[in-house]
Ligand binder design. Structure first.
Ligand SMILES: [Fe+2]
Length: 366
């Protein structure tokens, strides 16, 4: 009868007190009753009655409160914000890539005659023909004082260089890294040599070849020390030399795709035949052979195709697979460019850099 006189709230409260005694909030029933201002027997009775009601099915078992877990917050910004950010970065990247296509190098003051040296694969290291490379750099730097100096006094007047890639062997991690053990060079030495070359020539464009990109740290290093902001690009550059009365379009790639054992400029020719971009000068390196062709197209345009030999000798891979080892001429090609001239005189090629520099000096003095 007593149970019916106790309402369900009172009974649930009694069960909560019992839980708190079990959790140690109260030392025992006596202390809890005293804190609540009840007689011990009253509290005991209420608890006992509550259990009886649960047993009869008149009340539900009290559920224990779940623990409250900590909130750390999201570890990143909202996904929509991430997409907004990526979208704007993609747009920036697209604009950057678009700006690189047929970028302009301007010679705004007059139609000057310039010399452009397309430097073949240097492969700076134990197999590099440093005596030929140094003799070329001496011409760029006007060491014999045969020519006028550039405005900053560092180089031969009117002469510029384009790097066709493979500055170092830069063997990649994995099986090919073992080749470092066969050659007396290390990554730090290759970086030193790369820096030396970057600072030694009047560059206007610099390409990264497959060897430069074998291990990305090398190109990252070169790009980070590129204080002159020389356009540095993976594999290819399509650009224009812009003079007041005209322009010269140059398509330079470490390699122009497609090859033929019968024609060393096969890939370069295909760039003209199948491309719509009509370059005047098409350049490649990569294969360590020298080749040159000039041709008048059906539309009357004269195009020049050149493959630079580079400076690597005694290449075990080439010897094993029976690739010919060319002589040193055409290690780099020099082109004396006169935008005002006609036909083949617009771009005059020289396999001998010093002959080219002499011709350039004579043309610029007229
Ligand atoms: Fe190469």
């Amino acid at each position: 009868m007593a149970a019916q006189s106790l309402d369900s709230d009172t009974l649930r409260e009694a069960l909560e007190i019992e839980q708190q005694i079990e959790q140690g909030v109260y030392k025992n029933l006596t202390e809890a009753a005293r804190e609540l201002g009840l007689a011990r027997s009253t509290l005991a009775h209420r608890i006992e009655t509550a259990h009886l009601q649960i047993h009869k099915g008149n009340m539900e078992e009290p559920s224990s409160e779940p623990p409250i877990l900590p909130e750390f917050g999201d570890k990143d910004i909202d996904v929509e914000e991430i997409i907004d950010h990526m979208q704007s970065r993609f747009q920036k990247r697209q604009a950057h890539e678009a700006a690189k296509k047929w970028f302009e190098i301007k010679f705004p003051k007059k139609d000057e005659v310039i010399g452009l040296v397309a430097m073949g694969d240097p492969h700076l290291g134990p197999s590099c023909d440093f005596s030929t490379l140094r003799s070329h750099i001496d011409i760029f730097q006007n060491k014999k004082k045969k020519y006028k100096f550039s405005k900053d006094g560092r180089f031969t007047d009117g002469l510029y260089c384009l790097q066709l890639g493979d500055v170092a062997d830069n063997w990649p991690w994995g099986r090919l890294a073992a080749l470092y053990a066969e050659e007396d060079i290390s990554r730090p030495t290759e970086r030193k040599l790369g820096k030396w070359l970057l600072e030694s020539c009047p560059w206007i464009v610099w390409l990264h070849g497959n060897h430069d990109m074998f291990h990305g740290e090398f190109t990252t290093y070169l790009e980070s020390i590129n204080c002159q902001k020389i356009p540095m690009m993976d594999w290819q550059a399509k650009f224009k030399l812009v003079f007041p009365s005209g322009e010269i379009r140059i398509d330079a790639k470490h390699e122009q795709k497609f090859s033929s054992q019968y024609n060393p400029v096969h890939g370069l020719k295909k760039t003209i035949l199948w491309g719509q971009e009509q370059p005047d000068l098409i350049l490649a390196g990569h294969r360590h052979i020298s080749a040159l062709a000039q041709e008048e197209l059906e539309n009357g345009k004269c195009v020049t195709m050149a493959r630079a030999r580079g400076y690597k000798w005694h290449d075990k891979f080439a010897l094993r697979y029976q690739f010919a080892e060319s002589s040193a001429w055409g290690s780099s090609w020099m082109f004396v460019i006169d935008v005002t001239a006609e036909g083949p005189m617009k771009i005059v090629p020289f396999g001998d850099i010093e002959e080219g520099a002499d011709y350039l000096a004579w043309k610029r003095s007229r």
